[in-house]
Ligand binder design. Structure first.
Ligand code: NAG
Ligand code: NAG
Ligand code: NAG
Length: 905
């Protein structure tokens, strides 16, 4: 190895010392202008296990001001073993240091006219590889001549690549290329640089900096054993992005927000760019929106993206004028290479206060001019406001570009069908876009401007994409430019950078340094923890569990079930309350099955499912640790307890939330998961009265496991909730849960158990009684006396319709849980509008509320509405619905338009 750095450029260096200092000062200003000096977040949500940053062509450990990232020089380093093939490479310092980016790692480079390889002994797993290039003049190497390829064992990352042409086209000094690859067990990550040796023998390869940084497992990939994947746009299928696929990051955008520097990322040193260069504004103004409170990372891990990505977004801004709406698409355009598939991740978070429930903001998403979503509904995906979520798409860009860049567009369009959405609005918070390798393992595209065929030519003078700002580029190639000229060009650069609106990729910007390490958040040292995704599910030692429950002391028991007892305990030095379920050794299955099921459970994350925190499997103990639900079961708040009765609206909200949780169980996971034991004691309430479904999962999965479910002849479920069809035909489907949920709805309305033996025969089974009353038009008779006069007639009617539809005999005729959610939300809307209306009207004479008089312990009812007063005549259900239309005629038009047209769905 030769190191020419110190002697050759010595006088040049002296000459430029002052310039460097000036430039550094300007660099600081520049960074302040672009906001990339964002403060380091003190505790990153993720610490990468491998966190390698190589400053090629230098020695020792280097860092840069304002960044604690340490770059290790490759001279005499084990990462760059001096084997034969590598001896031809040399190292130099750039004759002109970079001004746009920090000196480390850009000012030094390794260069060679023959092939050389870096070997990284990394842990197995998914990694980022980042390559940094600063095409300047290094000794007698002029990087305008450098054309080379970069390969790993299986993939071609770059081919016939010219860093010079690429940076020129982008109007930048430097370029960073980021890749995602998986390293198998026992594999050494080799990165090989090979100059293209064609007619021009001057060609060489060079590199300024290399990073290899671990990423959380399956942050961007999908595990092989699951049927999950990105939505394959235009193909109506899923695309599973597996470990065999390498990807090149093309764009990573903080929509509506500021630039986020690598040190502001969640620990992976990703850079999030501004959207300005990509947003097309066709006439209408768009509203950036912003939110500044804490977000709930309940659906996705907090390392997915920095909170500031979700705290800002861009919306179309509730377009009220439908004429304008027809011509309005909020569109971003990204130049990409054609003939590749692209992976697009869209980040969402509902951060606008008014948009507080699903169906408030339903919109369309188009990717590459194809429909990707025709009912995008952020809250439906995320479960609640301020809860970040993302959606993944894969789109092919084939037969379009003819070797040139093509635009991949992402467009949001508001939903013109008013009955589907309360607001004509759309929102997006972040975009990530990756190129996926082709079938040959290739990721390389052509250089941006193929017209330059003679790399020996001097600095081309007309290569700037817009013919402006050429001074900037010259910085990179002219050696020994006078200080004045340099300073001028930097100032020129700063000005033009501020005004720049060139649509070009920014994945290539050079200021990217990435960072720190470690995989497992498991607190226990037990090796068995590694069998499961430790990010999702924590392993507890038996000692920890015993400490938390005082050795399973009975005084901590908060529930008993067929599977065993549930204890309340405290973990993490008594700071966190948890529910600890100790499975009965006799009643539970084998260890393998236990683990498989935990794996499945730990993947299930939903705001309305009680989350599994961890498990313990030790000494034949099988223990599950769940989040603790402070307010206990729903049943305790309905009857047979001293708790004050819940208001009708609260009950509706609880039903909606529980229905959402069940909907997620049925549709959100690998297989349909059938709860099999839906009841009011399995719906739990947290301290904020948020409802969550519990006790799922140690039941059977859906269709995939059907055969097994049949073998076990035990019909699981609780008396009074059992689907009669399941009982008759032993055929378990998710519609059995729908039936049980129908019973729950009746229970919530009537505040009585599903089976009461001490009453007259027709009332023993709540489901049967409620259904008969609904069909006979006497549904209001069975309502909880505490709700007397509090339920709007139209709401009760809708609620009854939903409940009874769940209880129909034939499972296939029952609604899906999604339909149930919609129906209940609609009922809630009806109730809210009626309440608003009646408080406005004071007398409430246009709104029919039910009121009751108690009569021999049975409830009877009369209507406030004078028309219905005549004793004995109860409105039939069809009477009720015509009454509904009448009663809402005075309502404001701001609620869902479905109200004006009850048959709309
Ligand atoms: C990686 O490089 C090391 C050292 O240069 C070499 O021994 C090994 O064979 C290479 N592995 C592959 C897969 O190319
Ligand atoms: C919005 O963009 C999509 C996809 O490009 C297109 O199909 C749709 O017609 C556009 N809508 C309007 C109103 O321009
Ligand atoms: C990506 O490259 C690998 C290795 O060559 C190959 O096995 C895989 O099929 C490629 N992926 C796609 C989507 O073609």
């Amino acid at each position: 190895m030769i190191n020419n750095t110190s002697n050759k450029d010595l006088h040049l260096k002296n000459q430029t010392t002052i310039i460097i200092m000036t430039l550094f000062y300007l660099f600081l200003i520049f960074h302040q202008l672009t906001g990339s000096m964002a403060a380091d977040s003190p505790s990153s949500p993720y610490k990468p296990q491998d966190n390698i940053a190589v400053d090629c062509g230098s020695s020792g450990i280097n860092n840069q001001p304002n960044d604690d990232r340490l770059w290790e020089g490759d001279i005499n380093s084990k990462i760059f073993p001096s084997q034969n093939q590598n001896t031809a490479s040399v190292t130099y310092t750039a004759s002109v240091p970079p001004t746009e980016v920090s000196p480390t790692p850009y000012q030094t480079a390794r260069l060679s006219r023959s092939q050389f390889t870096y070997s990284f002994p990394v842990t197995p797993g998914q990694k980022f590889i980042r390559l940094h290039f600063y095409p300047a003049i290094y000794g007698d190497f002029n990087t305008t001549n450098a054309f080379f390829s970069v390969k790993t064992a299986n993939y071609t990352l770059l081919s016939n690549f010219s860093a010079f042409l690429t940076t020129r086209a982008l109007d930048r000094q430097s370029i960073m290329k980021e890749y995602c690859v998986n390293v198998e067990q026992g594999e050494v990550l080799n990165i090989t640089f090979s100059p293209v040796l064609s007619s021009n023998s001057d060609s060489f390869a060079f590199i300024n900096g290399i990073e290899v940084v671990s990423m959380p497992t399956n942050l961007y990939y999908y595990p092989a054993d699951q049927n999950r994947g990105a939505i394959f746009v235009g193909q109506s299928s899923l695309y599973r992005i597996g470990n065999e696929t390498a990807m090149e990051m093309e764009y990573r955008i903080n929509v509506g927000g500021a630039l986020i520097s690598p040190s502001g990322d969640t620990g992976m040193y990703r850079r999030w760019d501004l959207e300005d260069d990509y947003l097309t504004i066709p006439g209408y103004s768009v509203l950036p929106v912003e939110y500044k409170n804490s977000l709930n990372f309940t659906m996705i891990p907090p390392y997915t993206a920095p909170a500031s990505v979700y705290e800002t977004g861009r919306s179309t801004g509730n377009i009220k004028d439908k004429a304008k709406l027809q011509s309005y698409n909020l569109t971003w355009e990204f130049p990409v290479d054609s003939e590749f598939n692209y992976f697009v991740r869209l980040h969402f978070c509902e951060i606008v206060k008014e948009m507080n429930r699903s169906r408030n903001r339903v919109f369309y998403i188009y990717i590459a001019n194809q429909t990707a979503e025709n009912g995008a509904d952020i809250i439906m995906w995320s479960g609640s406001q301020y809860t970040p979520i993302y959606r993944d798409y894969v789109v092919g860009m084939f037969g379009k570009g003819n070797g040139k860049k093509v635009n991949l567009s992402i467009a949001l369009h508001v939903n013109p069908e008013e009955w589907r959405t309360a607001y004509l609005d759309a929102l997006l918070n972040g975009i990530e876009m990756f190129k996926m390798n082709d079938s040959d393992g290739n990721l390389a595209g052509p250089n941006p401007n193929p017209r330059i065929v003679s790399p020996t030519a001097g600095p081309p003078s007309k290569q700037g994409s817009k013919g402006k700002n050429n001074q900037t580029a010259i910085i990179g190639i002219v050696c020994g430019v006078l200080a004045g000229v340099l300073a001028l060009s930097v100032v020129g650069f700063l000005i033009s950078r501020r005004q720049r609106n060139v649509k070009q990729p920014s994945s290539v910007d050079g200021t990217t340094w990435w960072g720190p390490t470690s995989h497992s958040t498991t607190k226990s040292g037990d090796t068995r923890a590694s069998l499961l995704p430790s990010d999702l599910c924590r392993y507890f030692s038996l000692a920890e569990i015993k400490a938390a429950t005082n050795n399973f002391d009975d005084v901590f028991i908060i529930g008993r079930g067929g599977f065993g007892n549930v204890y309340k305990g405290y973990i993490d030095n008594g700071t966190t309350a948890v529910a600890i379920k100790r499975l009965n050794p006799e009643s539970s299955q084998g260890a393998h099955e236990f683990k498989t099921e935990i794996e499945m459970l730990s993947q299930l994350r939903h705001l309305h499912l009680v989350s599994l925190i961890g498990y313990c499997h030790d000494d034949r103990e099988m223990v599950l640790v769940y989040e603790h639900m402070a307010r206990g079961t729903l049943r305790e708040h309905l009857y047979n307890s001293d708790n004050p009765p819940l208001s009708w609206k609260k009950r509706l909200e609880i039903c909606i939330e529980a229905a959402r949780g069940l909907h997620y169980l049925h549709t959100g996971a690998k297989h349909t998961i059938i709860h099999r034991d839906v009841k009011t004691t399995n719906i739990l309430l947290d301290e904020k009265w948020e409802a969550k479904v519990s006790d799922f999962g140690l039941s059977k999965e859906g269709p995939a496991n059907m055969a097994n479910a049949h073998v076990s002849t035990v019909v699981k479920g609780s008396l009074g909730y059992l689907d009669p069809e399941y009982y008759r035909r032993q055929q378990l489907t998710e519609k059995s849960d729908v039936y049980s949920f129908g019973v729950v709805l009746c229970e919530v309305l009537c505040a009585r158990p599903p089976i009461v033996r001490s009453v007259e025969k027709r009332q023993i089974s709540l489901a049967e009684w409620a259904r008969n009353c609904y069909l006979n038009g006497t549904f209001h008779e069975i309502v909880d006396k505490h709700l007397r006069g509090k339920i709007a007639a139209e709401c009760l009617n809708k609620f009854g319709e939903v409940a009874v539809s769940c209880l129909v005999d034939n499972g296939s005729e029952r609604p899906s849980m999604n339909d149930v959610v919609w129906g209940l939300e609609f009922a809630l809307q009806l109730q809210e509008s009626a309440e608003e209306n009646s408080s406005e009207m004071k007398g409430g004479d246009e709104v029919a509320f039910l009121s009751y008089s108690e009569d021999d312990g049975k409830f009877s009812c009369s209507w406030d509405d004078s028309e219905q007063k005549s004793a004995g005549t109860k409105p039939s259900s069809s009477d009720q619905s015509s009454d509904t239309n009448q009663s809402i005629k005075g309502m404001s038009g701001t609620v869902f338009s479905e109200i004006n047209n009850p048959k709309a769905r």
